[in-house]
Design a protein. Structure first.
Length: 199
């Protein structure tokens, strides 16, 4: 075993899954933004999530206003569109949402979800914690979960179902990775291959 050495503070080698957060705009149209600071907690009300959003963004504005949003797991199929949402500023690009996935509205909450996503959470904000540096942590109760039917087939081993879901991870160096360690490109690259999006 090699010795461990002191290094810069960071979370490299502890990758997080990517999610597209879905919110409803004032005109009733869906809005999506790409995020990965996402974890879980348990309370007397049930399973919840901790979603952190740094700096001011249109997605954060809509979450504050509506108090609800969806979190849609980004699969490899969704990565080009997710990368586009993550690399395009909604405040300076009014037509950012000209490219949309297949939108389905929540079964419990009035939030847009993504049909192509293997797992979608419908989230109700219970508490907002301002961090003082422009970041906010939203503590949310999971009000509903929808999954691809194939992921519910317990006759298939979990690891195989995980590979079917094909979640995209955000490791270090501003890159994307598959669940089995394949390099999927640097930020800004996958969006150059966008297909199956509605203009």
């Amino acid at each position: 075993m090699m010795a461990k050495v002191k290094t810069k503070i960071g979370n490299d080698y502890c990758p997080q899954a990517l999610f597209l957060y879905g919110t409803k705009q004032e005109d009733g149209q869906p809005h999506f933004g790409l995020f990965c600071w996402f974890g879980y907690y348990h309370s007397s009300e049930g399973l919840g999530v901790m979603a952190c959003i740094g700096e001011e963004k249109q997605t954060k504005d809509l979450i504050r206003k509506n108090g609800v949003f969806s979190a849609n797991l980004v699969s490899e199929q969704l990565l080009p569109l997710a990368d586009y949402y993550g690399c395009t500023c909604g405040r300076t690009t009014p037509d950012k949402m000209k490219r949309l996935p297949t939108v389905e509205w929540g079964q419990v909450l009035d939030v847009p979800t993504i049909a192509e996503s293997p797992v979608s959470f419908e989230l109700e904000v219970k508490k907002t914690i301002p961090m003082g540096d422009g970041s906010d942590i939203f503590l949310c109760l999971i009000r509903n979960v929808t999954q691809d039917e194939q992921l519910l087939d317990t006759t298939i081993p979990f690891t195989e179902r995980l590979m079917q879901a094909a979640p995209v991870l955000a490791p270090g160096d501003e890159t994307y990775s598959s669940i089995d360690g394949r390099y999927l490109g640097k930020w800004g690259e996958p969006m150059k291959n966008m297909v199956n999006t509605k203009e």
